[in-house]
Design a protein. Structure first.
Length: 703
């Protein structure tokens, strides 16, 4: 609790509501993805991380920690769908603790108390916190919620204190991950030689004619693919045919669709509520009490989009008016009342490119400024701003072209906000703006707006009634009771006219069966309770009942012939077709003759500006081997040998080649390589750490 007192002494502020998003922030989706293996008889082990066993009890404790945080944040118990996400967060948190702890210690990475203070009340409050701590009236970040919480902590119960202690750790771990990822992202460097090669690849141009002969030029009946051929191919290409724990499942869906009576009842109810909303003097309370939607009463700040079902039906928005009911794309009916239309705090939209200077001395800052000025000049001369932001930006906005979204003046440091809000028109600010973070190039995309709305919405979902659901369940239950094995499953389906749907190669961790969402219980049944040929009980999914039959189950490892048959057959057949094509055009010395050998299927085209860096051949598709062979030709008029690509056979003739000219400065190409590499580095390191940690995930046996 030491940090609480330090924050109070320095600022009198504290954290009130910590977003569930902070946990996502800590264990984001790009962290290690575990590989699964069979349980192997140890019913208490849910996985292994870095050689250490993870017990069911340890995993459950971590889930409870994450669940507790969720409940503190939201004031409610998570749904089953949310529990899936929380279980994933818990598993990723265990990986982070075991894999990254040693990495941080070896690198000497730490987070100071001062950093944590800055994250909750300084100039760098985390975005997830800002989004949660908002005044419901203004929609803006509210520091008073921080003050209220901290002042209550010393007298708070043990649960609140435990919650805050957990948040301290989450904040620190999240910042460590940022430091680690940033260190990796900035560790790449491209040499002048690499930049020169990149320039050569981007600017070496060939004029080439090429004949493309697709595989369908040879009929399937002209080649024979035997099991011996397939086994030989699979043996030579085992890496292509690895499988995880999987199952082949077939199932019947008993759909839950609202009946005409259900629809009529909902329409009658929404019309009644719309009239009551129109007459109501307490719009917010009435909407919250009667709506099934998530935004029963909401303030829309300047720049925020109003609901699509509202704007597509209403042209002239008037305060106090009620509109609807309308049907939405989600099969719901909704009515709106504009409770208030007012001028709120101005908000605008802009993009920027940050050239960071934190920790740099004056000489280094001067170099950064010179680079920023050079990029600004390029943009003024026509370089696309979003492209420049992606290439040169040094913060999280770079990946979205520098877009900052809609913001108020108080959301940014003074220097940045003053320049942005002083703009009289959209477009580029023709000078650099310096802040404590570095130099910014700013592009105004939307001028300040003040128009705001408070809108009440009553939404009713069109769903099957209990009567409709009971009818569907009776049909499903009767079918399951009379189908004890695969033979009866198929016979009864044919008799009743039910469609059997195939789901082959279903992963042990899958949650969906084709387009049937949230089918986890069906999949767990297939891997835990069922034997091949078993028929399931009735499973209730989101919008249907399902009865399943387990056809087959496979363990992790090399694919069997039957598992790989479909994919391998295509590859072997194409290899044999390629051999026939090559044999038929053998000895031909002109592209015209080659095309005429397959007059119906082959095509002859010219590509006058083929780029060495390309991987796609115009009119053909992905053909990297062919492009490499083309640029390997030495003389005009020279032809390649027939090249077997995934799409067919290609023969090309070089007309001319224009080498890339020498340039004085390859910095832009070096920067491009560095930027591209830095975006991949963190992910690749994560994959390497996963491999070294040998993460094994057996959770599919339990959840």
């Amino acid at each position: 609790m030491a940090l609480i007192k330090k924050i109070r002494q320095r600022t009198g502020l504290a954290i009130g509501v910590i977003a569930v998003g902070l946990i996502f922030f800590l264990v984001g989706g790009d962290i290690l993805s575990p590989n699964s293996t069979l349980l192997g008889g140890n019913s208490n082990k849910v996985g292994e991380i870095a050689g250490e066993s993870v017990s069911y009890e340890e995993y459950i404790r971590k889930i409870e920690e994450v669940k507790f945080s969720f409940q503190q944040n939201t004031g409610r118990t998570p749904s089953e769908g949310e529990m899936y996400s929380l279980r994933e967060q818990a598993w990723q948190a265990l990986i982070v603790e075991r894999v990254f702890k040693n990495q941080y210690e070896e690198l000497g990475l730490t987070v100071t108390d001062e950093e944590l203070v800055d994250m909750v009340q300084g100039k760098n409050i985390v975005a997830e916190l800002r989004q949660q701590l908002v005044n419901p009236q203004t929609g803006e970040f509210d520091r008073t919620q921080l003050i209220t919480f901290l002042q209550s902590l010393e007298d708070a119960g043990p649960e609140q204190r435990a919650f805050w202690a957990q948040q301290e750790k989450l904040f620190a771990d999240a910042r460590l991950r940022i430091k680690y990822d940033n260190m990796l992202a900035t560790s790449d460097y491209a040499t002048k030689a690499e930049g020169k090669l990149q320039h050569k690849m981007a600017n070496t141009i060939a004029d080439v004619d090429h004949v493309f002969i697709p595989f369908y030029a040879v009929a399937d009946s002209e080649v024979e693919v035997t099991d011996a051929d397939l086994k030989s191919y699979i043996s030579k290409h085992q890496d292509k045919f690895k499988v995880s724990n999987a199952a082949d499942i077939e199932y019947i869906v008993f759909a839950l669709q609202p009946s005409s009576e259900d629809s009529a009842a909902v329409i009658s109810e929404i019309k009644k509520l719309t009239e009551e909303l129109r007459a109501s003097s307490t719009d917010s309370a009435f909407a919250v009490r009667n709506s099934e939607g998530t935004n029963a009463f909401r303030t829309y700040l300047p720049g925020e989009n109003l609901p699509e079902s509202f704007t597509s039906n209403v042209d002239d928005i008037q305060e106090g008016q009620t509109y609807g009911p309308f049907i939405t794309s989600r099969s719901t009916y909704v009515a709106y009342k504009v409770a208030s239309k007012f001028d709120g705090a101005p908000r605008m939209r802009a993009s920027h490119i940050l050239f960071g200077t934190n920790g740099l001395d004056d000489d280094a800052k001067a170099g950064v400024k010179a680079n920023a000025e050079e990029v600004l000049k390029d943009i003024q001369e026509g370089l696309n701003f979003a492209t420049a932001a992606t290439q040169y930006g040094q913060d999280g906005t770079a990946q979205r072209g520098g877009d900052l979204g809609w913001f108020a003046k108080d959301d940014f440091v003074t220097e940045f906000a003053d320049v942005s809000f002083a703009a009289k028109s959209t477009g580029l600010i023709n000078r650099l703006v310096e802040t404590e973070y570095g130099y910014h190039i700013i592009n105004i995309t939307e001028l300040p707006k003040t128009e705001s709305y408070k809108i009440a919405a009553i939404e009713l979902e069109l769903i099957p009634s209990d009567i409709t659901r009971n009818d569907a369940f009776r049909n499903a239950d009767s079918f399951a009771a009379n189908s004890s094995n695969s033979k009866e499953f198929k016979a009864n389906a044919e008799k009743e006219g039910y469609r059997i749907i195939q789901a082959n190669g279903v992963d042990a961790f899958a949650r969906n069966l084709n387009n049937q969402a949230n089918a986890r219980e069906v999949i767990r049944w297939a891997f835990n309770d069922a034997s091949e040929g078993n028929v399931s009980q009735v499973f209730e999914l989101d919008n249907s009942y399902v009865v399943a039959n387990l056809k087959a189950r496979y363990e992790e490892g090399n694919a069997t012939l039957e598992q790989a048959r479909a994919q391998a057959t295509v590859q072997v057949r194409n290899e044999k077709k390629a051999a026939k094509i090559v044999e038929k055009i053998k000895g031909m010395t002109s592209l015209e003759d080659i095309k005429n050998a397959f007059p119906e299927a082959a095509s002859l085209d010219n590509s006058p500006d083929l780029n060495l860096a390309s991987s796609v051949l115009p009119g053909v598709g992905f053909a990297p081997k062919a492009i490499g062979a083309i640029f390997g030709l030495q003389n005009s008029g020279e032809m390649t040998k027939p090249i077997h690509e995934d799409v067919g056979v290609i023969v090309a003739k070089l007309n001319s080649i224009t080498p890339a000219s020498e340039i004085a400065d390859y910095n832009s190409y070096q920067n491009q390589i560095t930027q591209n590499n830095s975006q991949r580095t963190a992910y690749m390191i994560m994959m390497a750490l996963e491999d070294l940690a040998k993460v094994k995930d057996y959770r599919y046996k339990f959840f």
